[in-house]
Structure formats: C-alpha cells, structure tokens
Design a protein around this ligand. Structure first.
Ligand code: ATP
Ligand code: MG
Length: 781
C-alpha cells in the first residue's frame, strides 16, 4: 500500500498497531506524528475495512484538518475522505449538535457566537455590577470576566455550580469569622483557584456567577452557542444519549497534549462505544496551559483506557541537525521534563543565526532585507511562501509588516481569527447570521445600522425589549413595524426600515431556496449598496472591497468542499415552504423560523466554517504560496516552513518569557515549538532596546537563548569532525577552490559546510548551488 511506503519501522508499527488496542504515539516535533495518524486512518479503512464514516479524527486547527484531508484524498480517495468525521473539537461538536441538538432541547439552527460578540454581551451585563465592584474596591474587566467564565466552562461547571460555590465560600468565610480563623477552601482549591486567585475572591465570584447565569440566558434567547458551549453541550449530548456515539469505531486525536479537560471528556465519550482510540502528542510542545490544557490527560487516558500501549518515534524528518540541536538545547533547560531522543535525518545545514539589533526598527528592516536577499541569492529556490515570521503576540506584527511592504514583499497574516474580525467582514457576517437566525441579537444590533440608517441606540433597545416581551425575534418586530402590524416607534423608524426589511425578506427567501452563500453575499452587497457604503465611510475602501471579495472566495471554497457549488436542492421530504413569507408567520414564530430554513443549509454550513475558522483568511492555500507569512507561535503549531524568523522580542527577558506569562516553562516550550517549525534556516533576532507602552526600554537576551547558545557551541565543536562525511567529491573540490587551498582541512570544511549548505531538505540540490550565498556576519547559535 502506498501509504505504508516511506515510513520508518517505528512509524510502521504505529500505523499497523491493532485498532482495538488504544494507542499513544509520543514523539518530538517533526517526527511524523501527523503523518502517522493520517496513514493510520488510511490503514483502518483499507486493511481493517472500517467505514470512513465510522472514523472520527480530531485536529487542532482547521488548517491541519484541511491538510490531513488533502493527504487522505490521495490515499483513500475524495469520496471516502469526505465521509470521515474530521475537524477540530469545536467543528465536530457543532455538527453533532446540528444533528442531535433537539435531544438537549436546543434549536438545531443555533448561531455560533464568536468571542467578540460574547465580550460585548458580557460588557453590558457587567455594567450592572459597576457600583458593587467599586464599593468593594475590586476591578474586573469584561475581558477578565469572559476568560474566567470560559475557564469555568472548560471544566464543565455551570452557572449554578458557580453560584453554589459562591454560597459555600460565603458560608465558610462567615463561619471562619465567627471562629476567628479562616477555613481552607478545600474543594475550591482547584487548579483554577491556583492560577486564578480572582476566583478566590468572594465578591468577584458573586459577580462572575451572576454574569455567567445571565450571559447563558442571553445566548439561549438569541438561539446561539459560544465556543465553550459547543464543547459543553457536545459532552452533555454523549453523556445523556450514549447511543449518539454508536456510529464511531475509532477516534484519533492530533496534538493531544493541548486538550483540556472538557475536550478529553468529549474524546472519552465519543470513544465510549468502541474503546478504540489513537492519540499523538508531545508534552514538550504543550503551549495551551493558559487555556486550561492538561498534559495530565495523557495519564488520564492510561487510567480510562487501561489497555493503552505507547509507541515512541525518535527520528526527526523536518529540520536540519543544527536547527534541531539548537531547539533541543532550549527545551532541555526544563529539568522537570522527561528527556526523549530525537535524531536528525537531515544534514547539519546552516546553523541558526542569532542577530542583535539596536532597536526594533533595525530588526524589522533586517528581516525584510534578508528575506529579499535569500530569495535572490538562491536563484528562486526559495520563494516568498517559504518564509514565516513567528511572533509572540499578533500585535507585534505592525513594524514587520510595514518593513516587508517597504521592500515590496507580499505577505499575509495567518492566525487567530483576524480576517473574520475585520469591520466589513463582520458587518456582512452579521447580515448573514441574521438571515440564518432572526433571533441572534448581536447580529441584529450590528446589521440594523450598516449602512447607517439613523436608528439610535435607544430605538434598538426598544426594539429588543419589544422582541423579548412578545417572544418574537427582533427581525420579526422590525418587519411588523415596517408593515404597520406593530406600532411605529418615536421618532418614526418605519421609514428608515425601508432599506432594511425588504432586502432581508428577499435574502431570507433566497437562503431558504438554498442559494449558495457566495451568490447570497453578492445579492446582499447589491441590495444594501454595500460598496457605496464603504466608499462613503472608509478611506481605504478599496482594500476593504478586496476583503469582501475574499469573503466571497471563502464562500466558494466552502461550497466546493461541502459539495454545494451551484446550490443543492433540498432533500425530499424536508419541511420548508418557499412561497410562504417568513415574516407573516403566526405567533409562535420561533418554531416556524426554525423550520423555515431547514437544517444544514448552505448558508449555515458557510457561517459555521467562518465562525470556527481557526486560522488564516479564507485558509486559501494558493494565497499562502506566494506570500511571506506572519503569524503567532501558537498558530504555527504542527506546521513547517523552510525559513523561520523569530523576532520582535521573542528572545528578550520580559517579552519572551512574556511578562504576562505565569508559566516560564510554557514560554520556553513555546520558543521550542517556534524553532522546530524551521526546516532549513532559522533566524533568531533580538533588539537592544524596544518601545514598550510608550517608553523605550533596554532589553537583555533571554536566558533561554544565552544558555542554549553556550551549550550548543560546545556540542557543535564536538560534532564538527563528522560533518564532512556526506560531502561529495565535487563539492569538496569546489570548497577547496573557494578556500584557495588544495585540500581543506576537516574543520574548515565543516565550518563552511555548516554556513552554506542551505537546502538540506532538498537532497538533489548541490551544495555548490549555494556557494554564491555569503552569510552576513553574525553569531551562530
Ligand atoms: P509536530 O510535532 O510539529 O506536529 P509531527 O511529528 O506531526 O510534527 P509531521 O508534520 O507529521 O511531524 O512530519 C514532519 C515532516 O516530516 C513532514 O514534512 C513529513 O512529511 C515528514 N516525514 C515524516 N515521516 C517521514 C518519513 N518516514 N520519511 C520522510 N519524511 C517524513
Ligand atoms: Mg503534527
């Protein structure tokens, strides 16, 4: 079988391991874990005759799912690949809940509420506690409240649990006061209590419990679920209705070290029927502790699946030996970690470069000019798409972006949810969300005034209050006002609704007719005169128009991948009425609105893909090919690039380790993850001083790097004599010529080789191709 070729013995063993014995594949970066997982899926299908639809594969990002899908299409075919239930935990839950949500009394046409929308809701709810918090002298921002709620949710605690916790804490405290001795908060002293002392504050707990409760209510009223809810309800679904998971014969999870408690719980329950699980992971790459990821899930798995066996992979196929050496020198500083072997397959290559700069401007300029230089010097062997700049935070990208632009280097930002956070994209998504779910208040509040219709905040509040009172969606309320079936509001809004209600009616009708989302967006743009609105309100309207186009492209991609290009007709027997006007539906319109769009409409599939997109703008692969990528270390997990730059204070005390980070070990692992993305060239840059919160600060090199530097220099000196082993006679002669001597000594050859043997990952490229490339003088790590 093709997928079994090119695997080393340990990888082969992992792929062929019996499907009935749970398996943990533990190994360092670039050792082929993801490749093995993919091959194992193919093996389950071909050899063990497991149906593709009985396999559940969990990836950490959508990009990873897409890559795995692309590889599997080659291995098992397009149709079979389409049947595998594959995606992030969130995306999988969303689709399970769309299908079975009614078992939990959920409307299956729920809208996914993104973090930005959640934050807005929480901010409003928090306002009711402003005075209380001020009286108690406690500061609690909406961001903190949101992350506290999210953490509590990630552990599966409900608002009522939190309230009960608050009452217990209060009782204990008054008890303690009576006895004049504070009592320990035993069961509250959990991990969260440790890392989040805020939740140990009785006042904060009271406020958070209340905000959490009302936030949940708001979400349900809007018929929406936030990201945490997707997991929470997902677990509940399998817990209460175990039969829902009976289809599943094997669960596979990539990047297992970064699963949190609730995700682990989900995996356990999906696998409950079959007991067949394969996970791959690397504790050294655990970088989501701040999001409640639990490395101890590896041990939990051994407890819950006692048959579990482990296979270790020890060969790295990604990076040159010197990049691997430098990376290992960084991670090895963690004395608590369990050491593991990771051997390089590629030659030593050019050693990672450590560059010191005066300030961040010089640093950014260096990166841009070096990239340009490398592309020119390698005669096109390296293209823009081969470069990535890995940042600690997204916010650090500005300077580098502008330096790249100055040099005319095309670039793109990958990561987070950036593309979908743009104003114009959010505005359009709000329309589409509202078309899909007229109850979704955040979308209504946004769309109603884009383009500006002069409907004030007070009026919007009044519309929302009416909707709540009459148990109607806000969209139905404005439609009725527009049609004169509900009294107008003063000052009159009826007239202003003329540019909102009729377009929405048309668009909803189109959506109900299963119009492909790309066509729906085009129609929307036309009906609300969106381009004119951008021209009128935005200076950079032309680049925003491009983003709109990008959204249409993304929609077309979703249509292709979901098989809805050209629009799919509804399944026979599905209940929906094309002719019936949705807005004149009888009183109980919640129910009718639900039925009116049917389940899994093209629009809904598109919205789901947008909301759950974990990475790049439109995740367009071709897009990345010709552009330098800027992204965060977190978003780069699992990926690889020929050339990696790690700048912007990543290596300075106070930035990396970040002063925000509570866990120095996690910061070190993050740097390790970043370094191990590199295949051929790795640049670490560092500025002597940097602007920080408006003032220039002097920066010292992070100890992660200075310690690694020393260790690595020693080890390089030891290894130098072996480096010439692979040198061809031709290269040796060339090198001799270059050095002006007949027979260069071994050490000299090794040094030159290390500096200039750039493309170790392309064995057919001769060393001589790169002789014209002269490295800038710098420290070699
Ligand atoms: P990470 O921990 O960063 O996610 P990983 O262990 O998942 O890394 P992969 O991404 O699967 O590693 O593989 C790294 C690179 O090595 C890929 O380009 C992959 O195609 C290649 N590779 C893996 N195994 C082999 C092999 N046996 N022969 C040749 N190349 C391999
Ligand atoms: Mg991987």
């Amino acid at each position: 079988m093709a997928y079994l070729r090119n695997l080393n013995p340990a990888q082969l063993q992992a792929v062929e391991h019996s499907p009935n014995i749970p398996l943990q594949i533990l190994a360092g970066p670039g050792s082929g874990k993801t490749r093995v997982l993919t091959a194992r899926i193919a093996h389950l299908i071909f050899h063990h005759r497991i149906l593709p639809q009985a396999i559940c594969a969990v990836t950490f990002t959508n990009k990873a799912a897409n890559e795995m899908r692309a590889r599997l299409q080659v291995l098992v075919g397009r149709h079979e690949t389409g049947l595998i239930r594959m995606g992030t935990f969130h995306a999988l839950c969303a689709s399970f809940l769309r299908r079975h949500g009614s078992k939990l009394n959920l409307e299956t046409n729920f809208t996914i509420c993104d973090a930005d929308e959640s934050k807005k809701i929480i901010k409003k709810l928090l306002e009711d506690h402003t005075k209380f918090l001020a009286d108690k002298n406690v500061s609690l921002t909406e961001g903190t409240a949101m992350s506290l709620i999210s953490k509590v949710k990630a552990r599966g605690e409900t608002a009522d649990d939190l309230r009960a916790r608050h009452l217990r804490m209060k009782a204990r405290q008054s008890d303690g006061r009576k006895r004049r001795r504070p009592q320990p908060l035993d069961d509250d002293q959990d991990e969260d209590g440790g890392t989040n002392p805020l939740l140990q504050d009785v006042n904060v707990l009271e406020v958070v419990a209340d905000v959490y409760k009302r936030y949940e209510r708001k979400l349900r009223q809007s018929n929406s679920l936030d990201f945490d809810d997707l997991l929470l309800f997902g677990v509940r679904l399998f817990e209460r209705h175990p039969s829902v998971g009976e289809w599943c014969e094997h669960v596979l999870v990539d990047e297992f070290q970064d699963t949190n408690t609730i995700q682990y719980e989900l995996m356990r329950r999906i696998a409950a029927a079959s007991g067949c699980v394969t996970i791959v992971g690397d504790p050294d790459q655990s970088i989501y502790g701040w999001r409640s990821a639990e490395v101890k899930n590896l041990r939990n798995m051994l407890r819950d699946f006692p048959q579990t066996q482990q296979i270790l992979l020890e060969q790295n196929y990604r990076s040159t030996a010197s990049i691997l050496g430098a990376s290992m020198a960084i991670v090895a500083q963690d004395k608590k970690r369990v050491a593991k072997t990771l051997l390089a397959t590629h030659p030593i290559g050019r050693r990672p470069m450590l560059q010191l700069h005066l300030n961040e401007y010089e640093e950014a300029t260096f990166i841009a000019t070096e990239i340009k230089h490398l592309v020119a010097a390698t005669g096109g062997m390296l293209a823009w798409g081969d470069f990535v700049v890995l940042l600690r935070f997204n916010a650090l990208s500005r300077l580098i972006e502008s330096a790249l632009q100055k040099e005319g280097i095309p670039n793109r930002i990958l990561g987070g949810h950036k593309f979908f956070e743009r104003l114009e994209v959010k505005d359009l998504l709000a329309y589409l969300q509202l078309i899909d779910n007229p109850h979704f208040v955040p979308a209504f509040s946004r769309a109603i005034n884009v383009p500006a219709r002069g409907i004030g905040e007070k009026t919007v509040a009044e519309i929302l209050a009416t909707a709540e009172r009459l148990k109607l969606s806000p969209l139905t309320v404005v439609t009725r006002i527009h049609d004169g079936k509900l009294p107008d509001i003063k000052p009159s809004v009826k007239r202003k609704l003329a540019t909102f209600v009729p377009p929405m009616q048309k668009l909803r009708k189109l959506a109900r007719e299963r119009t492909p989302p790309s066509a729906l967006i085009r129609r929307l743009l036309h009906l609300v005169e969106f381009e004119a609105h951008l021209k009128k309100t935005q200076k950079d309207w032309d680049s925003r128009v491009e983003n709109v186009q990008e959204l249409i492209n993304f929609a077309s991609e979703v249509e292709t991948s979901e098989g809805i290009a050209g629009g799919v007709r509804p399944d026979a027997g599905e209940r929906w009425d094309v002719d019936e006007d949705w807005d004149v539906l009888p009183e109980l319109d919640l129910e009718d609105e639900r039925l009116s769009l049917g389940s899994d409409t093209p629009l809904r599939l598109f919205l789901q893909a947008s909301m759950l997109s974990t990475d790049v703008a439109a995740e367009n692969k071709d897009d990345g090919k010709g552009k330098v990528t800027l992204t965060t270390c977190h978003a780069a997990k699992g990926l690889e690039w020929p050339v990696v730059f790690i700048p912007a204070g990543m290596l300075e005390d106070g930035t990396f380790p970040s002063h925000r980070a509570e866990d120095v070990d996690e910061e070190r692992r993050l740097l390790y993850v970043a370094c191990t993305r590199a295949q051929t060239l790795l640049y670490l840059t560092h500025a002597n001083s940097r602007m920080f919160a408006g003032e220039t600060r002097k920066k010292d090199l992070s100890e992660f790097v200075s310690i690694a530097l020393k260790e690595n220099q020693n080890s390089f000196a030891r290894e130098a004599p072996h480096l010439t082993a692979n040198l061809s006679a031709g290269d040796r002669a060339l090198l001799a010529k270059m050095l002006g001597r007949q027979a260069p000594d071994e050490a000299e050859v090794a040094r030159r080789l290390a500096e200039q043997y750039v493309v170790a990952r392309c064995p057919d490229v001769q060393f001589s191709d790169f002789l014209h490339y002269q490295a800038a003088e710098s420290t070699r790590l």
